[in-house]
Design a protein around this ligand. Structure first.
Ligand code: UCC
Length: 571
């Protein structure tokens, strides 16, 4: 008998709706029965479209990245960005599937956001980050809905919310400048009065989705004060009727670590016509309606990537043999995978709970304290899920051994595309500062603590009692730290902020997982049948609560002095 050659079978993934019991159970939990029945077939069909069309298009878009063409053959400056046909098809599918429109049509009432984000969650890992333009488009639609005049609503919103691929527009967002990165108040772009509108002059250092027909951006009017209150929000249309850029120069496309299909450019505005959005001034405050929304998109994409990485790792472990056993049967590997699973489920609950809060806010149906909770949990979820996604995807990559490090498995691209999550739309520490802002300016901590207490009161069953006690205790610890942060030492609060935000996330997730497990044990069985699912949900919740929920290092003055010493290099 000849030697048999060894081949490893590659991973096979199913329909992202049919193969996701957590998403299905969450929808059963939160949606009214009739709405759930209405939505499920559409979600299943969309899942099939993701497999049949989106997967292939995403791969093609990734293989044919955008190209900057600065000049025509005869030397004229044209600054075109060429994108692949696959990228354009992803845009058409986004329009047809209502990936932005669903949220604004509000046919599903306060559940419209849950519906929209369920689709984006299934679409994202195969869509080569076309979800970046969609996030920007959604944010721009919200900003225009809240602050735009009738002209802008007529002109732009109808395109942003269209389901007709020929009418659908995506939108760009140009917030980042050379001086004003995270500190947007240092924006240097000037807005000069020009006819009935304005002309913008300045450089935008990072602009994503730059092939979009419109963008929202910030600029300072002549005579306006310093700081972010002196900035105004502007609407820009990039192209004239002949398709030429309107006084915009493209310096170059960024060569990024990942997100290779997505055009991200440096722009110089040389008198670009612009339309003021809302009253003059307070541009950052207005822009926050955009970036608070894109931060929720970011959380959805983080859990979406986590799900993909975990599905790949589990599928591989079920086939791969080592030491005479499947990886899935090796105790060390079981520990690693189950830790990843629990982390993903926790992040999923936090994020999808946020989509419910957002939906209720936009439908005008928020209960008392829920707007505050939405304000606080938006930066918390963004910073927490992004960090945990980076950790989880790196673990998944490692679980493939050398294969995970090889390009054509697609896993390196998944890792690169995940690494952007903690960076764009606010880095971890910038968001931790936003958590402080949300507590200090908007008084969000007390409604948060009250919400947890109410949620824990709903948890039934002896098996979960110890976990409930742990969450309560961790919340008390967080309340103590919060009291100390309320003092005058702002350096103390800032030094505590990241750990504090992680604590908020982990404690809130603990409460959500317990509430879900309790529901699963009583009402959660599909069709009322018997299943191991309730037991599983309880195990996940208990495992979550057994880990430290808010490990907060004390950052008093002595601690910070040492931190400073550690950083000062001595010869
Ligand atoms: O740059 C980017 C891309 C980089 C990487 C690209 C890779 C390729 C793309 C891949 C795609 C997949 S993305 C953009 C990143 N930039 C940000 O997200 C900005 C980060 N910085 C912040 O979030 C800061 O916290 C600022 C800019 C918001 C801070 O602004 P200020 O003006 O210094 O701070 P203030 O004075 O506290 O806030 C001004 C006003 C206040 O309201 P009023 O005027 O009423 O007092 C705040 O309460 O804005 C209000 N405000 C908010 N309101 C500030 N933040 C918020 C908020 N989150 N929600 C509500």
């Amino acid at each position: 008998m000849g030697m048999q050659e060894f081949f490893q079978q590659g991973p096979v993934l199913g329909n992202p709706f049919a193969a996701d019991p957590l998403l299905q159970a969450f929808l059963r939990w939160r949606l009214p029965a009739d709405l759930q029945e209405t939505l499920a077939p559409g979600l299943l069909a969309f899942g099939q479209r993701v497999i049949d069309e989106v997967q292939g298009l995403g791969r093609q878009a990734e293989a044919h990245p955008p190209r900057h063409i600065p000049f025509d053959p005869w030397g004229a400056r044209i600054d075109q960005i060429e994108v692949s046909g696959a990228w354009k098809r992803l845009q058409d599918i986004s329009a047809q599937e209502g990936l932005v429109a669903i949220a604004y049509k509000r046919a599903d009432g306060s559940f419209s956001r849950l519906h929209q984000f369920s689709r984006l969650y299934m679409f994202h890992p195969d869509a080569a980050w076309f979800t970046c333009p969609l996030a920007m488009t959604d944010g721009a639609a919200r900003a225009l809905e809240l602050h735009g005049d009738e002209y802008l609503k007529d002109r732009a919103l109808s395109h942003l919310l269209s389901r007709d691929p020929d009418r659908f527009w995506t939108a760009g967002q140009w917030m980042t400048e050379r001086a004003g990165g995270s500190d947007v108040s240092r924006t240097e772009t000037a807005a000069r009065k020009h006819g009935t509108g304005y002309a913008l002059h300045g450089t935008k250092w990072f602009t994503s989705a730059t092939t979009s027909p419109m963008a929202l951006t910030l600029a300072r009017m002549e005579g306006a004060g310093a700081g972010s209150a002196g900035l105004s929000l502007f609407y820009v249309e990039l192209f004239d009727d002949a398709g030429r850029l309107r006084n915009i120069r493209i310096n170059r496309l960024k060569e990024k670590l990942g997100t290779h299909a997505l055009p991200t450019a440096e722009l110089v505005l040389e008198g670009t016509p612009a339309h003021l959005v809302g009253e003059r001034g307070h541009g950052v405050r207005k822009m926050s309606s955009l970036f608070n929304l894109t931060r929720i998109h970011n959380s959805v994409y983080a859990v979406s990537f986590m799900r993909r990485a975990l599905a790949l790792a589990k599928e591989y472990a079920s086939k791969r043999q080592a030491s005479g056993r499947n990886l899935m049967d090796l105790p060390a590997h079981v520990e690693t995978l189950s830790e990843m699973q629990v982390e993903w489920e926790g992040c999923f609950h936090l994020t999808f709970h946020l989509t419910l809060l957002l939906g209720r806010e936009e439908a005008g149906e928020s209960a008392e304290g829920e707007s505050a909770l939405l304000r606080l949990l938006t930066p918390v979820a963004k910073l927490y899920t992004a960090k945990r996604a980076v950790w989880l995807v790196a673990e998944a990559m490692e679980s493939f051994g050398g294969a995970g490090y090889v390009e054509d498995t697609g896993i390196p691209a998944l890792m690169r595309d995940t690494l952007v999550l903690p960076i764009w739309e606010g880095t971890t520490n910038v968001l931790a500062m936003d958590v402080l802002r949300a507590m200090e300016k908007d008084g969000t901590f007390e409604p948060f603590a009250e919400d947890i207490s109410q949620r824990l009161r709903k948890v039934k069953g002896e098996a979960l009692a110890e976990s409930v006690r742990r969450v309560r205790k961790a919340l008390e610890g967080l309340q103590d730290v919060r009291k100390r942060m309320d003092g005058t030492d702002s350096d103390y609060s800032e030094a505590m902020a990241r750990g504090f935000a992680f604590g908020v996330a982990r404690i809130y997730i603990g409460a959500l997982l317990l509430e879900f497990a309790s529901w699963m044990a009583t009402d959660g069985l599909p069709g009322g049948g018997h299943s191991a699912a309730p037991l599983r949900s309880s195990a996940v919740a208990m495992r979550w609560c057994r880990e430290p929920l808010a490990p907060l290092p004390e950052t008093d003055l002595a601690h910070r002095r040492v931190s400073g010493d550690i950083l000062r290099e001595k010869a």
